[in-house]
Design a protein around this ligand. Structure first.
Ligand SMILES: *Cc1c(COP(=O)(O)O)cnc(C)c1O
Length: 373
């Protein structure tokens, strides 16, 4: 195949000799789980964010579940969150038989609108769960004013910063990161909770490991737990990935700049690009999501791009309009109109650190051709 017809994938991890060496070392050590790489990965991650503690877990979803339990979310509680997210942030609330209460999003940042969130708070609200969607920092500082526990879904936002200079995940609230293969760093599957409260750390460490206390014997358990452990094999991968994080973030920013330049050179009418950083906030680039013009058929666009060797996908659907949520809670169209409009028109374009300027140009050229622009 020539370069021009090779399919450009949506995402692609960067795995090199360092990853191979550290993983091989773990394999040869014979200690594949609960070994020294777990604490080493947690410490390196916590140091990077400037938080006291970190707890590595088996997925971002598992991290959200344990973080919600840690701040005291229980059956019947309400958790205010964003309907424009990956379904895991809301599902984790359901795991505890609590109720996700959605509030609409800000049309520019696509994060939870802080006024809508404030209006959704009731006396049953137990916690707030902002999502830093597409790597753009949610306005957690404004949400802090309510004095409620906050759990941050930072799964898409490694490398992002708030306007006050703190990194996303560095405010001390349990903040959850995800390491699936398309994320800023990957451990294959995996996640981590960054946190400031020692009591949360103790509870999460126990609950990820069947409810075991650190000083307890093998089969003694004093509370309900789960198996949400992350293996040392995965932690070794994570340590290697952290070592190249700055370079990968710089590459992602370079690719985003290339997209912006390509669209700026010949704008597509009514196409909405990811918002620019504003007021000292900094995006940690994760995906390049554009909102198609209202007149365009999104599914046909995705099919036409695929025929031209460009992967893309709807990203993200509105959670409240998923059939499971509609049936369970009676959600319907029109309840969160900004989210619904954005969700109906958004597509993720290929975006990964090794993407070349030539590939970016080809994606933009094909999209323009497909849209007849
Ligand atoms: C990736 C992601 C998660 C967690 O996903 P896992 O596959 O469980 O690691 C949670 N929330 C958001 C917004 C995500 O993008």
């Amino acid at each position: 195949m020539t370069v021009e017809t090779e399919t450009i994938p949506l995402a692609k991890p960067v795995i090199g000799p360092k990853e191979e060496a550290l993983v091989l070392e773990v394999l040869r050590s014979g200690q594949l789980s609960l070994g020294p790489r777990l604490a080493a990965f947690e410490q390196a991650f916590a140091a990077r964010l400037g938080v006291e503690h970190a707890a590595a877990v088996s997925s971002g979803t598992a991290g959200l579940h344990l973080a919600l339990r840690a701040v005291g979310v229980e059956e019947g509680d309400e958790v205010v969150t964003s309907p424009l997210s990956f379904v895991a942030s809301s599902n984790a609330i359901l795991y505890e038989r609590a109720t996700p209460v959605f509030a609409d999003i800000d049309p520019v940042t696509l994060n939870l609108d802080v006024d809508a969130a404030a209006a959704a708070i009731t006396e049953r609200t137990r916690a707030l769960l902002p999502v830093h969607i597409f790597g753009y920092p949610a306005d957690t500082p404004a949400l802090e004013a309510h004095g409620l526990p906050i759990v941050e879904d930072a799964c898409e936002a490694l490398g992002a910063f708030h306007a006050d200079g703190l990194p996303v995940g560095g405010r001390g609230h349990p903040a959850v990161f995800g390491f699936y293969a398309n994320k800023q760093i990957t451990t294959g599957e995996g996640g981590l909770i960054a946190l400031g409260d020692q009591r949360h750390k103790v509870r999460i460490d126990s609950e990820r490991n069947q409810g075991r206390a650190p000083d307890m014997g093998w089969l003694d358990h004093d509370r309900l737990g789960f198996n949400y452990r992350l293996s040392d094999v995965a932690c070794a991968l994570g340590i290697a990935q952290l070592g190249r994080l700055d370079a990968m973030l710089a590459d992602r920013a370079r690719v985003a700049d290339a997209y912006r330049a390509a669209f700026a050179a010949d704008p597509v009418e009514d196409l909405t690009l990811p918002c620019e950083d504003r007021g000292g906030e900094r995006r940690g680039w994760f995906v390049f999501v554009v909102q198609l013009p209202h007149r365009v058929d999104r599914d046909a666009t995705i099919r036409a791009l695929a025929a031209r060797g460009i992967q893309s996908k709807p990203y993200l659907p509105a959670i409240h309009l998923m059939s499971f949520y509609r049936e369970r809670f009676g959600f319907r169209e029109g309840q969160f109109p900004i989210c619904e409009d954005v969700a109906a028109r958004s597509i993720a374009l290929p975006f990964f650190p090794a993407m070349t300027e030539g590939q970016v140009a080809r994606v933009v050229r094909e999209l323009r051709a497909v849209l007849g622009a």
